[in-house]
Ligand binder design. Structure first.
Ligand SMILES: *[C@@H]1O[C@H](CO)[C@@H](O)[C@H](O)[C@H]1NC(C)=O
Ligand SMILES: *[C@@H]1O[C@H](CO)[C@@H](O)[C@H](O)[C@H]1NC(C)=O
Ligand SMILES: *[C@@H]1O[C@H](CO)[C@@H](O)[C@H](O)[C@H]1NC(C)=O
Ligand SMILES: *[C@@H]1O[C@H](CO)[C@@H](O)[C@H](O)[C@H]1NC(C)=O
Ligand SMILES: *[C@@H]1O[C@H](CO)[C@@H](O)[C@H](O)[C@H]1NC(C)=O
Ligand SMILES: *[C@@H]1O[C@H](CO)[C@@H](O)[C@H](O)[C@H]1NC(C)=O
Ligand SMILES: *[C@@H]1O[C@H](CO)[C@@H](O)[C@H](O)[C@H]1NC(C)=O
Length: 779
């Protein structure tokens, strides 16, 4: 419904009055590019007002239709318009884009994760000059902006004990509201604001018993992501009565945190939030002005094919990077389907999700003695004996459709048949915790959640409402076979324990969205992967760990999965790198993280996907993040704001008047020549030559040698193959000639399918290995 394309009525002018009064009104974003730098804030607002005056009948109507006037960095406004009025405005020369606002889903979409990334604090000595945390002073001079569901300010992660004064450049505010006053901000949580006009325009007034009209986080998502980026060290924490016990810490424990609440509880739904374009744009415009150094945005786009100029996060980020603000975003949770990656603009750091080296073992013991691997973070204490076990399809009510018979949908189980038993349900439709809720409702004593085929071996742990464990697809099939094989099948679920030994990690989460990007196939996306499976972080005490109405537990920490959890790991890394390299551009910091990423797991084998097959760059981008390595990348692929504008021109965006000086050149460079740390070539026919430029950020005199592992069926030539640098900051360009092998046997390499290779620049000492993935699709 919300995804219908923008639709303009093209009607003769005489019809305006009639149409304007009966046509449906909706919020639109009118994006005008950049400010010319000569107008005062008042003049800017007047200019936006004049657009509305030109289509509305009265001054008053024009004034009341305006939702936001974006005045700081972004030039544009959000207003309630009819399709006809929008169409009229779209003809104005200054308009870069005009589009309808859409409600967004966000992509639910940490003790262990930072140690796993090589950012170890427990063993750290203060005089260890080589440690990234020490070098970055734990991020204390850096400001991280979080665009999310708000914050639970009482969480210990945000206490400011012992912290120095707020950085002088900070211009933000502490906006008060429901259960949030100025004393909730401190030297750690230095700013908090909220944006709700878009939400209220669509849903009506916020129901204040479902969410706080303030920066306070009702749901927990924003508290979780903010504490992952930069929560203080809190000792001896655990989730749900004992799991994952350890010291919780964000990536940059002394970073300053600024909260921009833009996502709000959806009315008449269980705890689930949505976020609106116009609210996000207002938040990002303010964040740029307030002085954040980075933005971490775990919000998914509604549609992987929406153009960058009709996407509030992409537009906001384009302005942010001009101010050297690094923007990292979640890649989305729509995997394993290909071409599902969102937030794929080349000025954004797009983050996929992978696993950690930690498990929460809860084995299933079957009546025949078989032990089946299961995982959970549900605390329980079942009396140790065998219980009857049933497959959901055996205990459903007669009216349940056949294709949902094993799904444990609400109301589907028969209490007469399920009572006192362990019930086996499959993933697919409905939530993982909700299925357990149905088993509980029907009087079941325990619950086994089996993966569907698509989920493979990846186990997502949850705080279930009854004794429960999750098992792989292969293992649930074994359990069902056993149930089939005997008259009185029985089982026991052993209580869970946290295990850290001998865990193969990372592997890619099955849910992590995949490339290639629909909008920008010339840019390899996602960029990188970070932990997003079973991540522990702080939580809101305004909701339950499962966010379900039937759950009334209150917890300070929660374990969640999603690319939402992966994105703030990159945010925390960026905070440390910004502290160490304050002058680096957003592109340079991204390049450092990408070219130093890891391709192997902790057992030295290639990173796999959830099914055990080798994963590829459309899942992990350049690899698994290694922030300590990124401190000293040797060389970076830099790019300027202007390069991105030219990129937009090259993919067909018409910029007649993009602010002050920028407009499209007559012949913009091809999109594949954007100076990106990876290479993607869709539909290769014959030969393509791609240009790249490296900047020396290592030692002044250095020599680098190209080494290539070409994709199957492709030849690659680097010219020149040796680069000599004489000083820091020096730039050297080279070309990559990519050719489809003519002597290839027909049918050897499938067409319309990507194959992958690598280009690495190694210095003579083999200290710096600047690696880029190359993805090529044969036409
Ligand atoms: C803010 O609220 C807290 C309770 O949450 C209260 O203790 C404190 O006095 C309030 N501060 C101000 C300045 O109103
Ligand atoms: C507001 O939310 C509460 C709790 O979910 C609900 O009981 C109430 O009916 C809602 N009010 C309105 C006006 O929708
Ligand atoms: C950690 O907390 C648990 C319970 O909250 C307590 O039993 C244990 O002694 C604590 N451990 C340390 C090292 O403080
Ligand atoms: C189940 O089958 C019905 C038709 O009988 C269909 O409409 C529905 O989409 C199917 N659901 C799933 C999950 O396949
Ligand atoms: C099950 O999920 C599929 C895909 O998400 C959806 O199309 C279908 O309508 C769902 N079926 C039910 C009965 O909820
Ligand atoms: C279990 O039995 C049912 C019917 O008897 C059959 O359709 C199904 O394939 C069996 N499942 C397994 C995993 O053996
Ligand atoms: C470690 O795990 C592997 C399987 O992943 C297993 O084959 C091996 O025996 C385990 N080693 C130890 C010491 O437990």
């Amino acid at each position: 419904m919300e995804n219908s394309p923008t639709f303009f009525l093209l009607l003769p002018l005489v019809l305006i009055p009639v149409l304007a009064s009966c046509a449906e009104k909706q919020a639109y974003i009118v994006y005008l590019g950049e400010h010319d730098g000569e107008k005062t804030l008042q003049e800017i607002e007047q200019n936006h007002h004049s657009y509305l005056l030109s289509v509305k009948e009265t001054e008053e109507e024009a004034r009341s239709s305006l939702l936001y006037s974006y005045k700081h960095s972004i030039n544009g406004f959000a207003a309630v318009l009819t399709a006809y009025e929008a169409e009229k405005i779209s003809h104005r020369d200054e308009v870069v884009s005009i589009y309808k606002s859409h409600p967004r889903k966000y992509s639910l979409h940490t003790t262990r994760s930072w140690e796993f990334a090589g950012v170890e604090e427990d063993k750290l000595k203060e005089d260890d000059k080589d440690n990234i945390l020490v070098k970055a002073k734990y991020g204390r001079d850096v400001i991280a902006g979080l665009v999310d569901t708000g914050v639970w300010p009482e969480a210990k992660s945000f206490n400011d004990e012992g912290m120095g004064p707020v950085p002088a450049k900070w211009k933000g505010i502490c906006q008060t509201g429901d259960q949030f006053n100025s004393s909730h901000c401190n030297k750690k949580l230095i700013g908090a604001r909220y944006y709700i006009k878009g939400y209220e325009g669509y849903y009506g007034r916020l129901n204040r018993s479902k969410d706080y009209l303030s920066p306070r986080d009702r749901e927990g998502h924003g508290t979780h992501t903010a504490s992952t980026v930069g929560g203080r060290r809190v000792q001896n924490v655990s989730a749900l009565g004992g799991f994952a016990r350890g010291t919780a810490s964000g990536g940059a424990p002394l970073v300053r945190v600024a909260i921009y609440k833009v996502c709000w509880a959806i009315p008449n739904k269980e705890m689930e939030s949505t976020c609106f374009e116009e609210d996000m744009l207002a938040a990002i415009d303010d964040a740029i002005h307030d002085g954040v150094d980075l933005l971490s945005i775990s919000i998914g786009a509604y549609d992987p094919s929406s153009p960058f100029t009709e996407d509030g996060i992409a537009i906001g980020a384009l302005h942010a990077i001009k101010h050297k603000i690094v923007v990292s975003c979640s890649a989305g949770n729509s995997g394993p389907t290909p071409s599902t990656v969102v937030n794929a603009a080349p000025w954004i750091m797009t983050v996929g999700a992978s696993s950690l080296d930690r498990k929460f073992l809860a084995t299933v013991e079957l009546g025949n003695g078989q032990k089946i691997h299961g995982e959970t973070v549900t605390p329980y204490n079942l009396e140790k004996k065998l219980y009857p076990i049933v497959y959901a399809a055996q205990v459903i009510n007669p009216d349940v459709p056949k294709n949902l018979s094993d799904q444990c949908m609400p109301g589907s189980l028969s209490p007469e048949k399920a009572k006192g038993k362990i019930v086996v349900c499959l993933r697919g439709n409905g939530t993982r915790v909700g299925k357990g809720g149905e088993v509980k409702r029907a009087g079941g004593i325990g619950y086994i959640l089996g993966n569907s085929k698509a989920n493979g071996d990846e186990l997502t742990v949850d705080a279930h409402l009854l004794p429960a464990t999750a098992v792989s697809h292969q293992n649930v099939m074994k359990i069902i076979e056993y149930i089939n094989s005997t008259k009185n099948p029985t089982a026991y679920i052993t209580p869970a324990k946290t295990v850290l030994q001998n865990i193969t990690a990372p592997y890619m989460a099955s849910f992590t969205s995949r490339g290639p990007s629909v909008v920008s196939p010339n840019i390899l996306k996602p960029d990188i992967t970070a932990p997003g499976l079973n991540v522990l972080a702080a939580w809101s005490e305004g909701s339950s760990p499962t966010m379900l109405d039937m759950d009334n537990r209150v917890v300070k920490y929660n374990i969640l999965s999603g690319t939402s959890m992966a994105c703030p790991h990159i945010g925390g890394s960026v905070a440390l790198l910004k502290a160490i390299h304050p002058t680096w551009s957003s592109a340079a910091i991204r390049s450092a993280l990408m070219t130093t990423a890891e391709l192997r797991n902790n057992k030295g084998k290639p990173i796999a996907d959830a099914s055990g097959a080798d994963a590829d760059p459309f899942q992990f981008g350049s690899g698994h993040f290694r922030p300590s390595k990124a401190v000293d990348p040797g060389l970076v692929y830099d790019a300027s704001h202007e390069d991105y504008i030219h990129y937009l021109c090259s993919i067909g965006v018409k910029l007649k008047n993009f602010g002050h000086k920028l407009k499209c050149p007559k012949n913009p460079p091809p999109p594949g020549n954007l100076n990106y740390p990876s290479v993607a070539i869709p539909k290769l026919k014959g030969t393509v030559v791609v240009k790249r430029t490296l900047t020396n950020v290592g030692s002044s005199k250095s020599v680098y040698f190209a080494s290539v592992k070409p994709p199957a069926g492709i030849s690659i030539k680097i010219s020149p193959p040796i680069l000599y640098f004489h000083h820091v900051g020096q730039k050297k360009s080279f070309t990559i000639t990519v050719r489809a092998e003519s002597e290839m046997k027909v049918g050897e390499i499938p067409k319309n399918k990507y194959s992958f290779g690598w280009l690495t620049w190694n210095d003579a000492q083999n200290i710096h290995n600047v690696r880029s993935p190359i993805a090529v699709e044969l036409a």
